[in-house]
Design a protein around this ligand. Structure first.
Ligand code: PMV
Length: 293
């Protein structure tokens, strides 16, 4: 059965932050991640004659995958226009949230009943080759999730502490970072396994309300990811600045070698101070859960 078609529909999807387990999740480990609505993609649909098309003024966006996903919902009759506040190439899930926003808008506009995540994955595979699926699962989630490739997504019901995200402004290349981890896997398998196990430990810390423990897990993950070859001096500067400003822990988030850091704050007031310290330390942008700092 199909739903009612709503012309001129708008689809939205948030960004995402990986708290623990990036790279491990590519190799079968766990990851803990959170949708990040401080940034979002909006997809607006209008009816047009001819083939369904996707347009965007964001430079470098992979429109081929998005168009394939939009046409999988309805091949003709729609034009999808994109607006985004998710910085591309920063590890905040811009391609996954764009894909999900497009599919949501198209499903609403055409009244089709679709598997939103499966179709967003179509676009993700165009953009990334063989992603773990973590990004799409996270931007589609309503809160914290524990994710492992091939398993059902596990929502984590505990309260979400105050996190801060800051963009180093150094573009990250996920493909290169994933290749670097692959190249060192024989030597570093134990480290990769430990990164995945930390996601489970993170859930235990969250459930116990033990923020200092969660902070230590973030710090440790940053060291391990750096040993794996996906660190960057600009990320180290931001991680150090966050800790100096009172963060309970901080790490790179996403594929690394650029992109963003995530820091854990004791409370929202401290989060704001950490966000300002990150901007002062050279971050291109910073956000608390409430929005841009
Ligand atoms: O694309 P990013 O920077 O959000 O990184 C995704 C996380 C990885 O684990 C590195 C890749 C994946 O497919 O899960």
């Amino acid at each position: 059965m199909s739903a009612v078609a709503v012309p001129n529909s708008v689809g939205r999807a948030p960004g995402k932050v990986i708290l623990l387990g990036e790279h491990a999740v590519v190799h079968g480990g766990w990851a803990l991640a959170l949708p990040w609505p401080a940034v979002e993609v909006t997809a607006s649909v209008s009816e047009v004659a001819g083939d369904t098309q996707v347009v965007s003024d964001v430079p470098g966006m992979d429109l081929a995958g998005l168009t394939a996903a939009a046409r999988a919902v309805c091949a003709t009759g729609y034009r999808v226009s994109l607006r985004s506040t998710v910085p591309p190439g920063s590890g905040l899930g811009s391609s996954a949230s764009t894909a999900l926003a497009v599919v949501r808008a198209m499903a609403q506009a055409s009244g089709a009943t679709v598997d939103e995540q499966a179709l967003a994955d179509v676009a993700e595979r165009h953009a990334h080759g063989r992603p773990s699926g973590l990004d799409v699962a996270t931007v589609a989630a309503s809160g914290l999730i524990l994710f492992k490739r091939g398993e059902a997504v596990r929502p984590v019901a505990s309260a979400v502490p105050a996190f801060v995200v800051a963009d180093s402004g150094v573009p990250r290349n996920a493909g290169e970072a994933i290749a670097a981890v692959n190249a060192g896997l024989a030597q570093h398998q134990a480290l990769v396994d430990a990164l995945g196990q930390a996601a489970l430990a993170g859930v235990t810390a969250l459930e116990a309300g033990d923020l200092p423990l969660l902070g230590r897990l973030l710090d440790q993950a940053h060291e391990r990811l750096t040993i794996l070859g996906v660190g960057h001096p600009a990320l180290d500067v931001l991680v150090a600045a966050a800790r100096a400003a009172g963060a309970l822990g901080a790490k790179l988030t996403g594929a690394g070698r650029g992109g963003c850091v995530v820091a854990l704050a004791a409370d929202p007031v401290s989060a704001r101070a950490i966000a300002l310290a990150l901007l002062a330390a050279g971050a291109a942008r910073a956000w608390t859960a409430e929005g841009p700092a």
